[in-house]
Write a protein that binds this ligand. Structure first.
Ligand code: MGP
Length: 237
């Protein structure tokens, strides 16, 4: 690809399993399912591998929003953009006038921008480096009436896999309640991407009274990957 930009030191494009740290070899083995254009020079930091949404799942979520997003909403704010998996899928979907993508870690943000260029969607995205809660309150508040928030937060690392039922109350660094309170103060149309084993009773407690809330389970090749909860006027499923 045409890109002579230099990667920051913590950013890598591994070509051979011998270069890959042992704890991400499992993800590297799935690299083409994570980014089909991996060989075009996709960038990731080592930590970003754990949280990136695989491309077929990201595309499916984006397609659900094409069909079922609330009317009158033309802006998608991806508040934890990471290396860009979901942001790219939303930009590719053609649904949104603009995709706003927020990422706190500057090196990871550089990966997301670089990866969006590989997928040819960089001109559809506005990037922000920083804390999503602050940026929503200060820089994006005027967009609230037109926006949907999508959040794929950190789940406290891959250790979540050892829990039979994942406790969303103790999720690190942000609990479900913190995420729900912050985002629903901005807009009632919020989608959260959460562990496949999330405690659905805890999810139900955040559902506003007398309103439909949809929980969608996303799988890839017969294996459960994650679920999304849709708060607000979505028509999915
Ligand atoms: P996984 O369970 O770590 O991998 O992540 P896998 O390959 O399903 O493992 P196994 O148990 O089947 O062998 C599954 C998916 O969860 C990843 O592809 C990511 O989309 C997502 N994911 C994992 N983590 C640790 C996070 C996280 O911290 N935040 C977010 N948003 N997504 C995560």
């Amino acid at each position: 690809m045409a890109d002579d930009e230099e990667a920051p030191p913590e950013v890598h494009h591994y070509n051979d399993i011998h270069e890959v740290p042992w704890d991400i070899q499992n993800y590297w083995a799935q690299r083409y399912r994570i980014f089909s254009k991996y060989d075009d020079g996709v960038w990731l930091t080592d930590d970003a591998w754990f949280g990136v949404t695989p491309e077929p799942v990201a595309n499916q979520i984006a397609a659900h929003l094409v069909e079922g997003a609330p009317t009158g909403r033309s802006i998608l704010i991806d508040v934890f953009a990471g290396a860009g998996g979901n942001t790219i899928a939303f930009a590719k979907s053609g649904k949104w006038k603009r995709v706003y993508a927020i990422e706190k870690n500057p090196a990871v943000l550089q990966c997301a921008k670089h990866n969006a260029r590989i997928y040819g969607v960089e001109n559809k995205i506005t990037w922000f480096e920083g804390d999503c809660f602050e940026i929503l309150k200060n820089q994006l508040k005027d967009l609230a009436p037109y926006s949907v928030i999508f959040a794929s937060p950190p789940w406290g690392g891959p250790g979540y896999r050892s829990d039979t039922v994942f406790n969303l109350r103790t999720m690190e660094p942000y609990s479900l309640q913190k995420l729900y309170d912050e985002y629903s103060a901005f807009t009632k149309h919020v989608v959260l991407y959460l562990p496949r084993t999330s405690d659905v009773k805890q999810l139900a407690k955040t559902a506003p009274d007398n309103r439909k809330t949809t929980v969608m389970h996303y799988c890839m090749e017969g294996a459960s990957k994650a679920l999304c909860i849709f708060y607000g006027d979505f028509n999915v499923g």
